[in-house]
Design a protein around this ligand. Sequence first.
Ligand code: SF4
Ligand code: SF4
Length: 433
Amino acid sequence: MIAKTTHIKDTKNLVGSLPAIRYMKPKYLYIAMANARCPKADLYIKEGDHVNSFQVIGMRHGPFFEQPIHATCSGTYVGLEKHYHRNGKLTDFIKIKNDFKETFDHSVKERSDEEIKALTKEEMTEIIKDCANVGLGGSSFPTFVKFQTDKPIKMILVNGIECEPYITADHRLMLEFPYRVMEAIKYTMQAFNCKQAKICIKSKYTDIKRVYEQVLKEYVGSGIELCCVGNYYPQGWEVEMIRNATGIQLKPGELPSSQGIIDFNVSTMVGIYKAIKYNMPVIKRFITVTGDGINYPKNFRVKVGTSIKELIPLCGGYKHPDKEKVFILGGPMMGASVPSDDCIITKTVTSIIILDKVNYVEEPCVRCGSCVLSCPVHLEPVQIMNAVKANDKERIKKLNPLKCVECGLCAYSCTSKINVTDYVKRAKIFAKL
Ligand code: SF4
Ligand code: SF4
């Protein structure tokens, strides 16, 4: 989803400087049955059953892997209910009535430093798989699959760049949990027998820089360093981050591991910390609630499964309740829009952006070339759009739309307000046929 952002007043710096509000006690929590990577699921509980926090209550099934579903509070299973998911679709959610007792599943246990030092890469991979860790920057890519690489890893990159406008959830996590980030890096370096790691942040984040320069004094000789990169979008795209942090330019489709690099989003790292240290799946996350449509944009730390509706009053409510709104789950460039605030915070929801709806009228292409100039993977979005309009499949394939990383810049930069990215996405589907 590209939010047409000509009216965006980005409150990013201001919101990122305020501590996140802890909101941990919603009456009901909602856990998605299925997701895009695992479209089928089995439920292990029946209505009226009591569940504990972190308990496995079901299993999602995808074409390549399975993913346990964990309860994010203790309480009673009420039934299934439909709400909007991160993918923009109405989806079945497992509704749990919170008993506010926070009783834990028996699988949660603290590992001592000695126990952790004795873990092999394979053992860590199993722990991370059982805890259903995924890319929390929004990719939802299963973390255990990254751990399964057999390529020798020379460097770990931690992505704390958070380059899309508006979002400051990772910013707060980095400021509020620096030791969890550092310990997770140590565990990951141990797993890969890797001697070097870089924490990548935007160079303008001087507050994060100050904190980590201080914390790194306690990790002298660890091989971990801070790496300040560019302040632009899409600096957080892994290809761009790797290029700036290491000088290595990945070829299209090339995996970072083939160059001895593995990268994780910083929230994913904290998920790894919880899994290895406490055998805990991710049941909480930082989220930014922002946009011109609400009174007081804020960061929150919430339980996975919290309804966005509960956070709106804590942001002072809607600025213009009578105006139609646009709700974007994720960043304005790559997020998915949903038609209402009846949506749930899943593990990969980094933010919700609420904007008063502006009806843009698409104008004819003026062949200005802005979309071509803005494309980070050197595609010709306008040509792809024309080929899609002409239904010319041969031409679509020649224009290589599969290289598109869906950054949204072609639509953002279009002088005629054409959603060019949408055409490129359609071209990708054609190219795969
Ligand atoms: S969305 Fe795709 S085609 Fe458009 S600028 Fe980004 S990478 Fe290029
Ligand atoms: S940016 Fe828009 S108007 Fe300009 S060439 Fe691309 S599609 Fe056409």
